[in-house]
Design a protein around this ligand. Sequence first.
Ligand code: ADP
Length: 371
Amino acid sequence: MAKITEAEIRSVLSTITSPEGGNIIERGMVQGLVVRDGHVGFSIEVDPAQGEKLEPMRKAAESAVTNLPGVLSVTAVLTAHKGPGATAPAQRAAATPTQRPGSGKALVPGVKHIVAIASGKGGVGKSTTATNLALAFTTLGLKVGLLDADIYGPSQPRLMGLSGRPESRDGKTLEPKQSFGVKVMSMGFLIEEDTPMIWRGPMVMSAITQLLREVNWGELDILVCDLPPGTGDAQLTMAQSVPLSGAVIVSTPQDIALLDAKKGLNMFRKVDVPVLGLIENMSYFSCPNCGHRTDIFAHGGAQREAARFGVDFLGEIPLDIKIRETSDDGRPIVASEPTSPHSLAYGEIARKIWAKLDATPQRAAPRIVLQ
Ligand code: ADP
């Protein structure tokens, strides 16, 4: 198939008229153009006040690029242009037509609940927890997807033992890969491993929207989203642009991590996403030889903080070499040793999360107020 170039995309986009006259390329409205193996994403910077009215222009731009030979999928989003005071992520996100305030539009049809697994900082075991929880949900008889939204350091392909490019049957949507009965999509399938990627604000949004909307998820009870660590722009974008049923925060017992966990908690509260609870990972040390349990300094911190912040404590997972080894080998413990105490602990946490979700109706995208 012919390889599509940026120049060809810019050329076809120059046929799209700007509301202020001229075309959207010459007016510099097209930003953050990304082309990866036939998948295209870009943003069109517009006046946020005009956001909704410009939806036909966005659609026209998207279809023009879709019709080019060699293009597999296109995600075009409207973002607020860089006028004074118009660049806050909340405002950029608000201008995106897919999340029109109060529209009640489900972003991913067929997916009942989307749950974010988040952490205040990296290295606390967020991805490992997301993987094992996704697998634990399958043991409850649920149809499960796993979206690796950690576009800065996608690790789900390795954790789930997957590699290679995703296929597209219709030339428009990508087919998720399957592992241990879970449908998986990750930026790691689309970019070379170890390729440093510099993501600018609008690109983050394009990438995440594409991983959500341009993937044939089919019918799912739950889509587990492994968020990038931290509480920066990418997390906020995700929290705002995806109709999350709730978020789960993973933390280690160390107080410093808990300080970060609090930031995560506050971020979700700010955007009106329910925090389903806190998980303490690497909670205590489980001796691989004798199974003896040794509590780590500050063990129990997450439970205390959860109570203080009025969120549920969902459970604790020990620091155990088996959890790391099985993850590194691409056969996560819940799949490879389903009856081990750790797998049962993940199962118990999954059960608690599902009980909460089942009691709440499917959510629409959170309401975002333009100021
Ligand atoms: P994050 O997504 O928060 O950056 P990862 O899930 O990538 O963290 O985990 C970081 C490292 O810690 C990985 O090597 C992983 O195998 C290991 N790890 C995570 N949880 C545990 C655990 N409970 N016991 C042992 N090792 C763990």
